[in-house]
Design a protein around this ligand. Sequence first.
Ligand SMILES: [Zn+2]
Ligand SMILES: [Zn+2]
Length: 376
Amino acid sequence: MPGGNAGQCEMKIHDDIFYDAVFVHQERLRAERTHAHAHCVINQMMMPKLNLLVRTTPQRWESLESFAYRAVDLNGLRSLSEVARALRWKPGRPLPLQRCQQLMNSLGQGYTQLEPMIPTEISRKEIQLGGHTLKRGHLALSSGRFCPDCVKQYGYGRAYWSLAPLPVCEEHGTYLVDVCACNPDTPLNTARPGYTQCSCGADLRDSPRKRASLAAQGLAQEIVRRYKLLPDDYQDHPLAPVELPPETSLSDLLDLIAFLGSISPEYARMHLDRTRPVMRLSHVAKRFEFAAQALCCWPAGVFPLIRRAYSLLGEVPYSSRTAYRALQPVMNVAERWLAAHVYGWFAQAVAEFIKTPSAWSAHDNRFQAPDCARKK
Ligand SMILES: [Zn+2]
Ligand SMILES: [Zn+2]
């Protein structure tokens, strides 16, 4: 057969090339395996295995703090620091991204639902929680906050209670608790012996409850709905906040709430609030109520807050020009504080205010609940 020999020869060359390729491929696989193995060993060395006798199953939406305290209880450990040391976790701080991955590796199967609940540091300014990218100031991680009724009912605490501007339990409509009666000025921290036990021995599940206003309950439900990524129609509270611009993220909403709650004639204090967010629930609660009243009846609901902005000046605007001028400092803060589209939306409400002379003065400059006809 003519050319048969040449064909065989070609085949031989192809074979050689093929075997060379296979050899190179196998070498590469071997190198990768060695590398992966080394990586695994290093990871294990970096992350000591957590040998808990009683394995704890994380609950849906559970916080890392609550989970760690349950591990302490179930395993008869003395304090949270024993678990924290094993996890190489500093309570009250977010976990660096790499440490979070190592932690999930060492905990193994059955803990994947915990991963989004761990506050994870993704950059100097940003922390990820529950699949949301939040600013550092949006989280109050250093203090313990919980709803006594939820903990009584379910036996664990939720990750979203550490959202700094949120002081209300969306389910029970009461304010969260962050102090014990033995020391009402100092928020609870992770040195306490149990999740709901103060160092003084008090069971914090028995803390007195305080009811939040209907508007605050509606706003809390909206925040949690967004945190849990539930659809819009899940929200059926009669005083739910108005529809926000569609591109508003959870982070944008938290900024808006903190901003609205901080509107005051003292611009220096507003600036301070922006750079050093207040974490104490007693401070947050008042601000949250202001924001909730404003948001449940937008834009008229925000008019009393806008009035607050010039109340110290002691003079009521007499024309739209003076009204506009009186509000300039607030607009400056808003521009720096809010996401661009939320700023535009807030500016429309301010424009509405300037167009409404009857809104400029009020008999009482304290906050009044708006007469809101809007019902869902
Ligand atoms: Zn609750
Ligand atoms: Zn106490």
